[in-house]
Write a protein that binds this ligand. Structure first.
Ligand SMILES: Cc1ncc(COP(=O)(O)O)c(C=O)c1O
Length: 460
């Protein structure tokens, strides 16, 4: 079958595409990507796009890193599979753990592997529950997450996610998962409220929720340093400082979800470094392997590990783990990814180009469709509005973010429309020239969307 025929609607009927309006999808068919080179990908018609989202916030090293290909081939030849169960292990998994702990926040001491961010967060939930049972605090099980937070789609991680579409009709969230405010000053501030007052109100709300539920029933709080899929929400100054004080006060564990922020994205190795977070548990995935192969990890502190180990000894086994955890090929590729981050000084590169990325991003705030631009490091968003003063969003039927997304794609740039915003998260290897190209495409997308909006107003 030629690639041309593959793009027809009939040939893709047997695929279900997540996060796609399936009606549109069956009419037009998806964009089919065939190859990649650096920060670019090519579709099946040979059209080149700058991948302004690193796929799904993940291909940090771009689409043609030979060292990762070679690491996989070498490991395939040596040992294509071995597990970590029953007192067995494999070398790449051990070496990866050592490397991860070398760069991770110092509060973390042990590593548990899985295949996806969702599983890493599911494991975090189970570890919180197991730990509190082991401590003799069986009531301390509720986990507080945040509205607009995104932590995955499995039963527990999908419950942690604070987005309606991930809950509706899926019978989520499960019990013992609570949601507190999203720290978006743009969306959540009361009229006339200062950023400082807004931040303090959110911290007070968190404390009130804990007191209402009973501190002895709240086991953990989970947060992304910067929310990704919820619309790239950069927390206001002092937010995490206040949150961490409350967590300490009520003896509540802090799970930091670094699935997007980890490995340089925010301008430091981890979002935890950028926002001075001290995780008890931390989940990583995506850029852990530059997403060349699926691998995720849940890192835990020494006290949590010791208690869990002690309790497991009593039971006779720590009965949690998946077949592909620490898969040697995935681990070898992840280990090579971390070595490339060091060899290429990727964090320094992000620190060098991020101010340019952010200045280009913020220069778009003058555009008539733009309500707010926000970002940090190499992640950002453009909030779209039909009225800058009142921040009024467009009616969802306008699909304004899709209009910008599709028009930017016509200009050779892939970005993601999320709710009323456009998200940007390019590969970390992006150059300043490529940042120019990225924003030229985004601006062209915004201008084309504005023309459509004005044309429909004129014809109304
Ligand atoms: C912050 C965060 N956590 C968890 C996940 C879930 O990861 P996965 O899709 O690999 O299950 C994602 C995915 O986008 C994410 O952005």
């Amino acid at each position: 079958m030629s690639s041309e025929t593959l793009s027809s609607a009939t040939d893709v009927k047997n695929l279900v595409h997540p996060y796609t309006n399936l009606g549109d999808h069956f009419n037009k068919g998806p964009m089919i990507i065939e190859r990649g080179e650096g920060v670019y990908i090519y579709d099946n018609h040979g059209k080149r796009y700058l991948e302004g989202m690193s796929g799904l916030w993940c291909t940090s090293l771009g689409f043609s890193e030979e060292r990762l290909v070679n690491a996989a081939i070498e490991q395939f030849k040596k040992l294509p599979y071995y597990h970590l169960f029953n007192s067995r292990s494999n070398t790449p998994a051990i070496e990866l753990s050592e490397k991860l702990l070398e760069i991770a926040p110092k509060s973390l001491a042990k590593v548990l592997y899985a295949n996806s961010g969702s599983e890493a967060n599911d494991a975090a939930v189970k570890l919180v529950w197991f730990y509190h049972n082991a401590l003799g605090k069986p009531a301390k099980k509720k986990i507080i997450s945040r509205l607009r937070g995104y932590h995955g789609v499995t039963v527990a991680s999908g419950s942690l996610t604070g987005l309606p579409a991930n809950h509706q009709f899926f019978d989520l969230p499960i019990d013992r998962i609570l949601h507190t405010d999203c720290p978006s000053y743009y969306h959540g501030a009361n009229p006339g409220e200062s950023e400082e007052a807004f931040t303090q109100r959110l911290i007070n709300n968190l404390e009130q929720l804990i007191l209402k539920e009973g501190p002895d029933t709240v086991g953990a709080f989970i947060a992304e340093p910067v929310m990704g899929a919820g619309g790239v929400i950069v927390p206001p100054k002092g937010y995490f400082e206040g949150v961490q004080k409350i967590l300490k006060k009520y003896d509540i564990l802090f799970i930091v979800d670094e699935v997007i922020c980890g490995f340089g994205r925010t301008g430091n190795m981890f979002g935890s470094d950028t926002f001075n977070l001290q995780p008890d548990i931390m989940s990583v995935a995506k850029a852990l392997s530059s997403s060349y192969l699926p691998i995720s990890a849940t890192l835990i502190s020494q006290p949590i590990y010791e208690k869990i180990a002690e309790q497991s000894d009593e039971v006779g086994v720590f009965a949690h783990g998946v077949t592909y955890a620490g898969h040697p090929i995935c681990a070898a590729v992840a280990l090579e990814t971390l070595k490339i981050y060091q060899d290429k000084n990727i964090v320094s590169h992000v620190q060098e180009v991020a101010p340019y990325f952010l200045s280009k991003l913020h220069s778009l705030s003058a555009h008539p469709l733009v309500g707010e631009t926000r970002g940090i490091g190499l992640i950002g968003a453009i909030e779209l509005t039909q009225d800058k003063a009142s921040k009024k969003p467009f009616d969802p039927s306008v699909k304004i973010e899709k209009l910008v997304q599709e028009n930017a794609a016509k200009h050779g740039v892939l970005v993601r429309g999320i709710r009323n915003a456009i998200a940007l998260c390019p590969p970390l290897i992006i150059t300043k020239e490529q940042i120019d190209e990225l924003f030229n495409g985004v601006e062209a997308g915004l201008n084309a969307a504005l023309e459509t909006v004005e044309a429909s107003k004129a014809s109304a």
